[in-house]
Design a protein around this ligand. Structure first.
Ligand code: PEP
Ligand code: MN
Length: 350
């Protein structure tokens, strides 16, 4: 159950609502925005009596029953889409947003060439790992702070926003100084200490689905970030682990449509990690547009054969340019669909 408190309610009035809910034996979790306070009620059993009691309180605007264990990220909580503004680009709105760049930041020359190339092709956000989660401890672990500084340079040169991974709660404030969006990698989707810290980071978070995580678990992880104060979460389908070996991971393309029914958060597709093969990236990207994802995150390297990580799944710059050109008619259809959806919402307010 979610309780929306009327605008400008006093602290005392808010506390009265909390106390009333607690009397029924439920736990409360509030999100305090600048103007409005929203209280999530968590607990087992039938909430009807509690709901009716709270609904009668004059400081309460609306009470919505939510059955899913995630509250703030659920569809019931918000009928429209969450739109996240980053550096002049809106994710979850009327624009299909492409994030692109190398798996890892390797050198100034590499990141500058990548940034200029992907910007020219129409990407709005530059990706590049400075802290890399590698399966082997002997593999390149990233340039760390030096990598963040190179991303900052690339941003200054191209105007692209930056998305980059943060692996530990200890680095959140450091990465937030340089990044416009903080990425949580698949291996850290259930690093709850990190998720809680990201609740306070003041920047949007790109949350990637864990290798063996269900859609519900992904949403519960997003709920962690939201419940700790940060509503700007972008979800990412990047393939999951199955018995299949022809692709690096198995892209759960239906997850994007399923998430659209379950949550108001934007969802993007990573066709690079989902396949592990550059030849499959354009086809999967088209599927991502067609199924209604809010954008893509694509690995692009100026010289994939020399990449320190994930070269096999990285497009080179001409390949990325071609893919972006070929996506255009699909993106036009996507835009028409979004516009129709918006008109429908305006016509029938929820
Ligand atoms: C990456 O984006 O380079 C990455 C490590 O992705 P994932 O966490 O999805 O494996
Ligand atoms: Mn990678």
């Amino acid at each position: 159950m979610i309780i929306s408190i009327k605008l400008h309610a006093t602290r005392e009035e808010i506390d009265q609502v909390r106390a009333q809910v607690e009397q029924f034996g439920y736990k409360v979790h509030s999100i305090e925005g600048e103007e409005r306070v929203v209280i999530g009620v968590v607990g087992v059993g039938d909430v009807t009596a509690c709901m009716e009691s709270v609904e009668a309180m004059p400081q309460v605007e609306k009470v919505v029953r939510i059955s899913a264990p995630y509250k703030f990220v659920s569809r019931e909580f918000r009928s429209g889409r969450t739109q996240i503004r980053v550096n002049g680009t809106v994710i979850g709105g009327d624009q299909f947003v492409v994030m692109a760049g190398p798996c890892s930041v390797e050198s100034e020359k590499q990141i500058m060439q990548a940034a200029e190339g992907v910007a020219r092709a129409g990407a709005k956000i530059l990706r590049g790992g400075a802290f890399k989660p590698r399966t082997s401890p002997y593999d390149f672990q990233g340039l760390e702070t030096e990598g963040l500084k190179l991303l900052q340079k690339a941003k200054a040169a191209t105007g692209l926003a930056i998305v980059t991974e943060v692996m530990t709660d200890r680095d959140v404030s450091l990465v937030a100084e340089y990044a416009d969006i903080l990425q949580v990698g698949a291996r850290n989707m259930q690093n709850f200490v990190l998720l809680k810290e990201l609740g306070k980071c003041g920047r949007p978070v790109l949350l990637k689905r864990g290798l063996s995580s269900t859609i519900k678990e992904l949403l519960m992880s997003a709920e962690y970030i939201t419940a700790h104060g940060n509503a700007n979460v972008i979800l990412c389908e990047r393939g999951i682990r199955t018995f299949e070996t022809a692709t690096r991971n198995t892209c759960d393309i239906a997850a994007i449509a399923a998430l659209d029914e379950l949550t108001h958060l934007p969802v993007i597709l990573d066709p690079s990690h989902a396949t592990g093969k550059r030849s499959l990236v354009p086809a999967l990207s088209r599927a991502g547009v067609a199924i209604g994802a809010d954008g893509l995150i694509v690995e692009v390297h100026p010289a994939p054969e020399k990449a320190i990580s994930d070269g096999a799944q990285s497009l080179d710059l001409p390949q990325f340019q071609r893919m972006m050109d070929e996506l255009k008619p699909y993106v036009q259809l996507w835009q028409a669909t979004r516009a129709a959806e918006r008109e429908k919402r305006v016509a029938v307010p929820a």
